[in-house]
Design a protein around this ligand. Structure first.
Ligand code: ZN
Ligand code: ZN
Length: 448
C-alpha cells in the first residue's frame, strides 16, 4: 500500500492526530478512538494494545515537549486506573519535535511508564510502516542521479579486485550488492565584491566555483569527494527504480540548502589583505563576501548512487562502500584493501594476500610465503614456524613443514650453516674479522 507523501510541517494539530491514529492502526493497535478536543484531559487517542491493555496517547505537533505534558498524561493514566481498577493502563506521547532532557529524566524516574516517541522515531516508524512523511515547506524532489551502474557491475568490482589479491585461487567470493541514493544539491556560483577601508578600496575580488551540499546532513561534501564528482564528465541518469525505500528523501528545503551553500561559499572566499594606511602603517583587513555578492548560477538537486558490496570469502566477511559516477568509484570503505590483522589500508589489491587457512586478507607485513613450495601464502597467525640455528622458516602446511624437516635432518653441518642465512653470514663475518686480525699480525711481524 503506497501513500502520497505527507508533508509533516503542513499538517495542523488535528491532521497530526489523525496521522498518529493511522500509524497506530498499522502498528496493530485496536479500538482506536480520537477523543473530542473539548474533553481530552491530557489524552488525544485511546486505544487497545495486543495484550488488552489500554493505551492513552498524547499527540504534540510542536518542536519541544517538556515535563508538564508527561505529568498531565500521568494524571490521566491515574484517573483511568481508578475508574477501571482491573485494567492495565499505559501512556504514550508522540511528537514531531523532541523531548526536553528534563522530560526524559522525569519519565525515567517514574519508571518509563510512558513511551516517548520523538520526531526521529516517528519518522523511522513511518518508514517501517511504509507511510511517507517529509519535512520542510518546499520539499526538494528529483529523479536525477549521477550516472549509475548496475547491480552486476557493482558485484563485478569485487571479482575484479579479488583477482589481484595473491593466493586468490582457493576461494570464490560470494557478493551481495546494495544500492542507496543519497540526496545532494549541486551549486554553481559567481562572486564579486570590493572591500573598502578609510583609504578607499583595498581589495577587488572575483571568483567562481561549484560545491555539492549533501541533502541529509546539509553539509558540504568532503573536498576529495567533491573533486571526484567535478573531475571529468558530469553525466546524469534518471532514476527508474520503483523501490522508493532506497531513495532517501531530502531532509532540507531548497531554501535551507541554498543557505548552507552560501555559508560554505562565504567561508571559502573569506581572505585577508594588507594595505598601507594614510599614516604609512601597514594594516590587515579581513574581506568577507556578503550574501548579495554571491550569484547562484545553477542549483541542481541530484542523487548520489551509493553502493555497498557485502562480500563473503570462506568464513570471513568484507565490505565495500563507494559512490559511483559512471565507471569511476570513490570508496568510503574498502575492506579488500584493509589488512584483517593490523587494519592498515594499502594502496592496491596487489599488495594483499589471502590466507588459505582462515581467508583473512592481509598486508605484506602479515603474510609469509611457504619456504618449501615457495608460493603458498599464509597469514602470520597460521604460518607454521621451524627454527634452525638462528633463523626461523615458515610454512603454509604441516605437510610442507614435515618434508622440510626431513630434508634438514638429512644434510650435513656445513650445509645446515649455509641453509641458515643468519648463521651463514655471521660465520662469514666472523671469518673476515679473524682474517683481518691475522693479516694485521703478519704485517706487524714483517715490519719488525
Ligand atoms: Zn597487516
Ligand atoms: Zn590465516
Amino acid at each position: 500500500m503506497e501513500d502520497k507523501p505527507l508533508i509533516l510541517d503542513g499538517l495542523d494539530g488535528y491532521q497530526f492526530e489523525e496521522l498518529i491514529a493511522k500509524i497506530m492502526k498499522r502498528k496493530g493497535y485496536q479500538n482506536i478512538i480520537n477523543t473530542p478536543k473539548s474533553k481530552d484531559l491530557g489524552k488525544d487517542i485511546i486505544m487497545e494494545g495486543s495484550k488488552g491493555e489500554m493505551v492513552l496517547v498524547e499527540c504534540k505537533h510542536q518542536k519541544f515537549v517538556g515535563r508538564p505534558i508527561i505529568q498531565k498524561l500521568q494524571g490521566a493514566i491515574n484517573h483511568e486506573e481508578m475508574q477501571n481498577p482491573k485494567k492495565i493502563v499505559k501512556g504514550m506521547i508522540v511528537t514531531s519535535g523532541i523531548f526536553s532532557q528534563e522530560a526524559i529524566d522525569y519519565n525515567r524516574q517514574i519508571g518509563h511508564e510512558i513511551e516517548l516517541i520523538d520526531g526521529r522515531k516517528l519518522k523511522n516508524l513511518c518508514n517501517e510502516l511504509k507511510i511517507v512523511i517529509l519535512n520542510g515547506k518546499v520539499q526538494i524532489i528529483t529523479n536525477k542521479s549521477f550516472e549509475n551502474i548496475s547491480e552486476k557491475d557493482s558485484e563485478n568490482l569485487v571479482f575484479k579486485a579479488y583477482k589481484k589479491i595473491y593466493g586468490n585461487k582457493i576461494y570464490i567470493p560470494k557478493v551481495k550488492a546494495d544500492l542507496k541514493y543519497i540526496p545532494a544539491c549541486y551549486v554553481r556560483y559567481n562572486l564579486a565584491f570590493d572591500t573598502y577601508t578609510s583609504v578607499g578600496c583595498v581589495d577587488s575580488y572575483q571568483d567562481n566555483g561549484e560545491i555539492i551540499i549533501e541533502g541529509i546532513s546539509g553539509k558540504e561534501l568532503e573536498s576529495d569527494q567533491q573533486d571526484f564528482y567535478f573531475s571529468g564528465r558530469f553525466d546524469t541518469d534518471t532514476i527508474k527504480d520503483k523501490n522508493s525505500q532506497i531513495i532517501l528523501p531530502f531532509e532540507f528545503t531548497e531554501n535551507d540548502i541554498e543557505e548552507h551553500a552560501i555559508n560554505s561559499i562565504i567561508e571559502e572566499h573569506t581572505h585577508t589583505v594588507s594595505y598601507v594606511g594614510n599614516n604609512n602603517v601597514v594594516y590587515s583587513k579581513v574581506c568577507i563576501p556578503k550574501v548579495r555578492d554571491i550569484d547562484i548560477k545553477e542549483f541542481i538537486p541530484i542523487y548520489m548512487p551509493l553502493w555497498k558490496n557485502y562480500v563473503n570469502i570462506g568464513k570471513m566477511n568484507y565490505k565495500q562502500e563507494f559512490y559511483v559516477k559512471g565507471n569511476n568509484q570513490s570508496y568510503l570503505i574498502d575492506e579488500l584493501r584493509r589488512c584483517k590483522i593490523c587494519e592498515s589500508e594499502q594502496d592496491s589489491y596487489e599488495d594483499m594476500s589471502i590466507c588459505p587457512e582462515c581467508a583473512r586478507i592481509v598486508c605484506g607485513d602479515h603474510v609469509k610465503i611457504d619456504y618449501w613450495d615457495e608460493e603458498t601464502p599464509i597469514c602470520t597467525l597460521h604460518a607454521k614456524p621451524y627454527k634452525l640455528f638462528l633463523q626461523t622458516k615458515y610454512f603454509a602446511t604441516n605437510k610442507n613443514l614435515g618434508e622440510y624437516e626431513e630434508w634438514w635432518e638429512s644434510i650435513n653441518f656445513f650445509e645446515k650453516i649455509y641453509e641458515d642465512r643468519i648463521a651463514f653470514w655471521l660465520s662469514i663475518a666472523g671469518m673476515f674479522v679473524i682474517g683481518m686480525f691475522l693479516l694485521s699480525l703478519i704485517v706487524k711481524i714483517s715490519n719488525s
